[in-house]
Design a protein around this ligand. Structure first.
Ligand code: NAD
Length: 493
């Protein structure tokens, strides 16, 4: 994490509070010239053949893979994650970039749309092409500082764009490492420019001359950014907060499911956008509440430089905000079964927390909470579980747990979320080619895979006719034309 002075971000280890380094802030008034240089660089880059784009990404991937261990150490120290999770983040990042190298050309390849029925109306076939968007302005978050930034940068580059990106001020050191790796790969600093700072720098980036915005972060700031972009007619890709539900069906095996739910709730100390937050148990919740509480109490929490399951929260203010939401949930009727309080310093630790409630009253107070918390509630039937899971504005990921897969699939079909999994949560997002993103208030647009790369491209339709060929529509209108169109309507429809 980092704290800010006017001209520097002080990077600290959230487990100890110790200062790691200091990163200079980019003065917001420099953004117009950075964006102008990016625009020039993009014009040249867009004309480069796929092979050249791909080779540049290959070089970048090999540098990131060479530096996998130091990158994982940096993620551990700056984001406060156990090293195994940090290594997992490096691996999924490399996989996602490799996907782009292998499949990018096909995803962006021309597509022929034959004339089909339209030939009778004398309309020709069409070619669909994917053109670069131009300059992409990216605002990043800190919780997966590599995975949520490097793959979209790779996809935007592959699609022929320039990128000006701002890492989160809470992961400025990782941002600097990514910048250095891009530089070493020979990616011009005008083509992918890294700017550092907090919301002021973010505002200058989003308010500048960009052709598309990408924002990853909280729903409130996301909506501010989207409003600004929409008012200027600039499209955006928004990856926002979640409040992910899990539905546990009566035939879910207790022991193995408890383990999986515990991991999916507490990975990244619950600071994972798609970590579980709400568990709706169809039937008697008692064994699940007790089982999850017991699992939570058994987790090893501490400085990730040692052998631990959970590290700290990212900052003192993040922990204060999290604790205030837990207290508000309790005042609204939730009961604490495990945790529910911060741990004494140094570091911003919070006990893994399991809450239970008899009604939904506390859920609006806990909505969007970002930290190690699972709320468990019993519901009488599947319909009640679905209406609880689908209530509210969030729709990032959701999961269903049960032995009978046909029943689980039926339930999954009714979930309102961008990503739905059966007997799994969080880890499916490691799929390098599966699109990632939310619905409802959790955002729109997708990262990764074919849909992800096409977010950084605009569709262009091309149709052609020979210069001397017959044109069905010309002035003056012949009287025959009305009769022909009327006949076509009768004939075809
Ligand atoms: P945040 O909204 O505080 O900050 C995100 C980024 O936006 C930072 O870089 C910040 O400097 C910048 N920013 C803030 N205000 C801005 C403004 N007005 N204009 C331009 N930039 C601005 O969020 P956070 O604390 O970094 O992240 C936590 C939240 O992000 C959680 O709610 C989590 O669920 C969500 N998240 C979502 C995803 C996803 O893919 N859907 C992934 C990770 C995190």
């Amino acid at each position: 994490m980092s704290t800010a002075t006017e001209d520097a971000l002080i990077v600290r280890n959230p487990a100890t509070g110790q200062v790691i380094e200091s990163i200079p802030v980019t003065p917001p008034e420099e953004l117009p010239s950075i964006l102008a240089r990016a625009r020039e660089a993009q014009a040249a880059w867009a004309g480069r053949p796929w092979r050249e784009r791909r080779d540049l990404l290959r070089r970048w991937r090999s540098i990131l893979s060479r530096d996998a261990e130091p990158l994982a150490d940096a993620i551990r120290d700056e984001a406060g994650k156990p090293r195994v999770e940090a290594l997992g983040e490096v691996l999924t990042t490399l996989e996602a970039i490799r996907w782009t190298i292998r499949h990018g050309a096909r995803a962006l390849g021309d597509q022929w749309i034959g004339p089909g029925h339209q030939r009778w109306l004398m309309v020709k076939g069409a070619t669909l092409r994917w053109r670069p968007v131009g300059v992409v302005g990216m605002i990043g978050t800190w919780n997966y500082p590599l995975y949520l930034n490097a793959p979209p940068i790779a996809q935007a580059l592959a699609a022929g764009n320039a990128v000006v990106w701002k890492p989160s001020e809470l992961a400025a050191g990782l941002g600097e490492r990514i910048r250095l790796s891009l530089e070493e790969a020979g990616i011009p600093p005008e083509l992918v420019a890294t700017v550092q700072g907090g919301p002021e720098v973010g505002k200058a980036l989003i308010g500048g001359s960009i052709d598309k915005g990408m924002f990853t972060g909280g729903i409130e700031n996301g909506r501010r950014v989207l409003t600004d972009l929409a008012s200027r007619g600039i499209p955006a890709l928004a990856e926002l907060s979640g409040f992910d539900p899990a539905i546990v069906l009566p035939d879910a095996p207790l022991e193995s499911t408890l383990k999986a739910l515990t991991w999916s709730g507490f990975v990244g100390a619950g600071q994972t956008c798609i970590s579980l937050k709400r568990i709706y148990v169809v039937g008697d919740p008692a064994p699940w509440v007790e089982g999850l509480a017991e699992q939570a109490r058994g987790l090893r929490i501490g400085d990730p430089s040692g052998d631990v399951d959970l590290g700290p929260l990212i900052s003192a203010s993040a922990r204060d905000r999290f604790h205030a939401m837990i207290r508000a949930g309790v005042e609204a009727g939730a009961r604490v079964v495990a945790g529910g309080e911060p741990l004494d310093g140094p570091g911003w630790f919070y006990r893994p927390t399991v809450l239970t409630a008899d009604t939904a009253a506390c859920e609006s107070k806990l909505a969007g909470v970002f930290g190690p918390m699972l709320l468990v509630r019993g519901v009488p039937d599947v319909d009640s579980a679905l209406s609880a899971a689908n209530a509210g504005i969030y729709g990032l990921a959701a999961s269903v747990w049960g032995r009978d897969l046909r029943q689980a699939r039926r339930v999954a079909d009714c979930l309102q979320a961008g990503m739905v999994s059966i007997n799994d949560a969080v880890s499916p997002s490691a799929h390098a080619g599966a699109p990632f993103g939310g619905v409802k208030g959790s955002g729109y647009g997708r990262t990764k895979g074919v849909l992800g790369i096409r977010e950084f491209a605009v569709a262009q339709t091309i149709q052609e006719r020979s210069i001397a060929g017959f044109r069905p529509a010309t002035f003056p209108y012949a009287p025959l034309m009305s009769r022909a169109i009327a006949a076509a309507i009768r004939w075809f429809h």
